[in-house]
Design a protein around this ligand. Sequence first.
Ligand code: URA
Length: 254
Amino acid sequence: MLEPRRNQYLKAMGLTLWQRRVSVEVGQVDDIPNAGNEAQLAEPATDMLKTDHIEETEHVREVTANEQPDWQALQQSVKGCKACGLRAGCRQTVFGVGDPQADLLVIGEAPGADEDRQGEPFVGRAGQLLNGMLLAMGYKREAVFIANIVKCRPPDNRDPKPEEALHCEPHLLRQIELIKPKVILAVGRIAAQNLLKSDIAVGKLRGRIHSFGQAAIPLVVTYHPAYLLRSPEQKGKAWQDLQLALSVLREDSV
Ligand code: URA
């Protein structure tokens, strides 16, 4: 990305002069990949449309009947889910948005009022800042996938309860399995603590690379954009975290 453009995005995040020093601190991230990740948009898997080898196809169907849901079935399953009490108090489920084959998966906490209305995560003020953070990394919103720990809005914007997060966990785990991201970015305490099964504060979990699940997906924790709106002085640390995530994404692409 061109330097002036990146600076513009960093400025939108409230960051200007000291980015270079920060990048040295997190390990010489000397370039930021292009926003060219729109190219990741899923192409239809044309070989799945072939109709030869009917016997084989039927066999595959039998086997897959017992398997985990594919993307479409998962969307339906989330839509119809009433596993916890949250669904009764919200307008709609919020599955997530973006590229289902994204390298970067952003996981937040839960839909808020705006997200509940629009059926899409991070569409309010925090979402605007998240978009700016992603752009500063070189990613358009559409090029990543954005999901939440729980898919239904908790009443009065309270935190999701541990049991609600647990009920919703299979949905998120299957999303992760299907997306196969190269990096997970957990934004905020609820996302970080639920994903890492930890009760350590975000300030202590951020700044390093964790490993998620059996697939050992690199996971980076950072502050929630809503918190950054209230505490803009922490944006520098968030930028360090984003660069850390970028360093993993770049490593993986060479
Ligand atoms: N905060 C979140 O954690 N998720 C959203 O979708 C919106 C705000």
